[in-house]
Design a protein around this ligand. Structure first.
Ligand code: SAM
Length: 241
């Protein structure tokens, strides 16, 4: 699909989901270039299993644009495990007020995110190749907001994400149908890490016959994360808090 047709498709999907008002002046053309580059690079580097234009527009772009409506204004943000740039690139497109660090441990994915940011002129994204549990050693309690999508179950993810967040900052975990179950199994780990569950936003994205259920779980950082966290990843995985 060419970029013009993709812009028209995305515009109609965002309008159907009442997200059109989140767009900036050049957002549609930036999303179309992102889509084109995603498909081109995905042919040889595994970035996403979703490649059909309507599915990318709905399940990747509209999903991340919904998160954009939840994040406070003018904050510093880290996206842990950004992969091919989700949610960091869509957030950077529709929220130029955010200062974003897109973090992933896979060099090829970070090089893709860097090339997209350069291609579409996103000056508010810094792509970093590192493991979260290593990078946090120099960036503890440094960001107003941490976001993460499709990286790990919440009881593992919280230990990777909450240490990055400043006191009174927020951690948003983008989840699908397992959100309530993951929340329940993570209650004690969130508290041990200095966080507190605040609320969740459930939404359904739609296009033609497709229905996509998503939940954003929001946690507030109430106190500093004890210095023994995060542990080594092997320990986090073997024995979640
Ligand atoms: N967030 C993207 C999305 O929604 O499409 C990517 C999801 S992908 C399934 C998970 C990503 O998390 C991978 O790119 C992987 O390299 C990254 N990842 C997993 N554990 C990580 C860690 N400890 N530190 C940094 N990145 C990590």
């Amino acid at each position: 699909m060419n970029t013009n047709d993709f812009e028209i498709l995305l515009d109609s999907i965002l309008t159907e989901n009442n997200l059109q008002n989140r767009l900036q002046k050049d957002s549609l053309s930036k999303f179309a270039l992102f889509y084109q580059k995603l498909i081109e690079v995905n042919a040889h580097t595994n970035l996403t299993a979703i490649t059909e234009p309507d599915e990318v527009a709905l399940k990747h772009f509209a999903d991340c644009v919904t998160l954009a409506g939840i994040i406070p204004q003018n904050v510093t943000l880290i996206d842990v495990g950004c992969g091919g740039g989700f949610p960091s690139i869509p957030l950077a497109i529709v929220r130029p007020d955010l200062q974003i660090a897109a973090l992933d441990s896979t060099a090829k994915k970070i090089s893709f995110v860097k090339s997209v940011a350069e291609l579409i002129g996103l000056y508010n994204v810094d792509a970093v190749c590192a493991r979260a549990e290593d990078y946090v050693q120099t960036k503890r309690e440094s960001y107003d907001v941490c976001v993460s999508r499709a990286v790990a179950r919440l009881n593992i993810l919280a230990e990777l994400c909450l240490p990055f967040v400043k006191k009174n900052g927020m951690f948003y975990a983008m989840k699908s149908i397992s959100a309530a179950e993951e929340l329940e199994e993570s209650e004690s780990s969130i508290v041990k890490l200095g966080g507190a569950y605040k609320d969740s936003v459930d939404f359904e994205l739609k296009y033609l016959d497709e229905r996509v259920h998503r939940t954003v779980l929001a946690f507030e950082k109430q106190s500093k994360t004890p210095s023994q966290y995060p542990r080594k990843f092997s320990q986090i995985k073997k024995n979640p808090l």
